[in-house]
Write a protein that binds this ligand. Structure first.
Ligand code: HGY
Ligand code: MN
Ligand code: MN
Ligand code: MN
Length: 408
């Protein structure tokens, strides 16, 4: 695999959902998503791979076994498939590599295997999972969480995007059936391994390719601050019950609690009602994203944060509630698979990540591993996210070697 070969295929999707900020607006079931699904289907067709969409909207391209596939004599024909792939969707104005790199690399890895005359003894299947970022409907890894049965399908159908469109309506508009949403245990039982290749999101990987050891525990919480809407020009300061004040305190408190405990906390999304320059807000809704190296630190951040903000709300005469939207416990990847991949790839770095992934959901059901491709700036979830074509080509080679090892 050379860098120009990677770039050629990469450029085919580069413009899809690209905003003038240089970031991506690729939301599940949007026009950009449907264009990416069409591209996926065309790549599959070009390679004679069988396209399938599961009950949760996740898309697959199957390299099925040839009927006369060679199975070692006496070996129980374990036909469970090896899954690879990632997601197409992005955060608003996110980078182009987070997600799609794993899908483009998977198609190129299949090309590498075929060029080398590989004959898989197990099916190899490329997956494109829906709503990994939660960028439209608010619950990350929704497609794999539904598959794993850890998100209730009624709750999922009723999730709304910022315009108030429900997931159910968005799926119907895209020609998909929201009533089919639900757990898919047979699909999971038919997988012998899952390997997700992903751009590194941070500054820790110094080699072209690395292997993931763990995903930090993390979660996202919805916060509601309520107060008394009023006139900005006629309401004395002592008479105010301003939720924006408690919200501002909360942003600083999140940062402070995280720093003291040794973790991370981010408030990157806020909505004010009535959101008018000359009116004191009556309500502020915001989301907390917090992550930490272990559960104890994460819970220390949340406990400290909640008590300090509740106390401040009392002083401000405002209301404060916080509720979890999704929580992911620490994921420690299958150690034997992790070590097998690191050895196979010649002792590449093994490192944890603070970023969530579909691999973090499927790891509870299937032996799962992740490959990282170096990101020279470490920037992610922003237009500056990237990786060199050379490192991406190295990622394809590594994924091809892993798929050969696991499936051929
Ligand atoms: O939010 C995350 O960590 C992931 O990139 N979805
Ligand atoms: Mn992401
Ligand atoms: Mn991702
Ligand atoms: Mn007026």
């Amino acid at each position: 695999m050379d860098a120009s070969g990677f770039r050629r295929l990469w450029d085919e999707i580069a413009g899809i959902g690209l905003a003038d900020t240089g970031g991506c607006l690729r939301f599940s079931w949007s026009a950009a998503d449907l264009a990416l699904r069409d591209w996926f289907d065309a790549q599959a067709a070009e390679r004679g791979l069988r396209v399938e969409t599961d009950r949760n909207g996740n898309r697959y391209a199957w390299w099925d076994l040839a009927p006369e596939a060679v199975v070692p004599p006496g070996a129980a024909p374990d036909r469970r498939a090896v899954l690879t792939g990632s997601h197409f969707d992005s955060v608003p104005h996110g980078g182009a590599y987070d997600g799609p790199l794993g899908i483009v690399s998977a198609f190129l890895a299949v090309d590498e295997l075929r060029a080398a005359g590989a004959e898989p003894k197990r099916p190899i299947v490329i997956g494109a999972f829906t709503e990994e970022e939660g960028g439209r409907f608010g619950v990350p890894c929704l497609g794999t969480r539904l598959m794993a049965g850890v998100v209730d399908s009624d709750r999922a159908r009723a999730l709304t995007d910022p315009s108030g469109t429900t997931l159910a309506d968005a799926m119907r508009e895209a020609g998909a059936d929201p009533d089919a949403l639900g757990p898919d245990p047979e699909r999971l039982a038919n997988l012998s391994a899952f390997v997700e290749l992903h751009v590194e999101q941070g500054r820790s990987l110094e080699a072209p390719v690395g292997v993931a050891s763990a995903i930090w525990p993390h979660g996202r919480w919805r916060m509601t601050f309520t107060g008394a809407g009023d006139h900005a020009g006629t309401t004395r300061l002592p008479d105010r019950r301003d939720p924006m004040l408690t919200f501002a305190f909360a942003v600083l408190a999140a940062r402070k609690e995280a720093r003291l405990a040794g973790g991370l906390a981010t408030v990157g999304r806020v909505e004010a009602v009535p959101n008018a320059t000359n009116a004191i807000a009556s309500q502020v809704t915001a989301w907390l994203d917090s992550r930490a190296p272990d559960e104890a630190v994460l819970s220390e951040i949340l406990t400290g944060f909640e008590s300090k903000v509740a106390e401040r709300a009392k002083r401000d005469g405002t209301g404060f509630t916080i509720s979890p939207e999704s929580e992911t416990p620490i994921v420690e990847f299958d150690a034997s698979l992790r070590d097998r991949l690191a050895d196979l790839l010649g002792g590449v770095p093994v490192l944890p990540t603070g970023a969530g992934h579909d691999a973090g959901v499927l790891a509870a059901h299937v032996p799962t591993a992740m490959l990282f491709v170096r990101n020279p700036t470490g920037v992610s979830h922003a237009p500056g996210e990237g990786a060199s074509d050379e490192d991406c080509a190295a990622g394809v080679e590594a994924l091809a070697a892993v798929l050969r090892d696991l499936a051929c």
